[in-house]
Design a protein around this ligand. Sequence first.
Ligand SMILES: [Zn+2]
Length: 210
Amino acid sequence: MHLIYPFVIFVFALIQPSISQSQTDSVSKPPIVSNPKFWSKHFIDRQGYPITSIVLHSSFDPKHSYDLRYARIKKVFDRYRVSAHYIIEPNGKIIEMVPITEAAKHATKCKPRDYNLFSIGIELLHVWNGEGSERRAYSLKQLEACRALVRWLKSFLPIQTVVSHRSISNIGKKDPNMTPEEWAIAADGAPFPDPWPRNESSWQPSIQDR
Ligand SMILES: [Zn+2]
């Protein structure tokens, strides 16, 4: 007993620094509003797929394009029977729409076809005014909230890629329309997946483009 007790103290002194280090390195969960009244019922079973990808999107309601609150966009999503896992308002508020244990319907017509099953969808509420001088910047609060969310998800899931909806869409989706600088923040340093500058001058915002 007399011999073991000092030994225990010695071992604890040895491992104590490593415990402190791992706590410093751990990624904290960002504030996420998780309330059943905000949840979507439009999701499918993951069918056992591991979650290996995060898809960034942007969304808005063309009829009320400057109302970028979740309450507004949820009605549009429900009408089209689509969903995402997380919605981020311009003020940086993150709202859970579908639990990550389920597959949200955010990347349905994509390459590969089963993209919903192995991915997490994050929608940033943002008005897209098209190319050129009308483009509006994303707020830093929103980009940083996205980065915190991406970083947290990567800390406990086998995430291999963070991609834009545009880069995987089979039907010409163009969101989230970020500059490389905005993407670097939102995607936590993942490679910029989109060509820039763009030359799609004929494109206009529509309900399909989100
Ligand atoms: Zn999208």
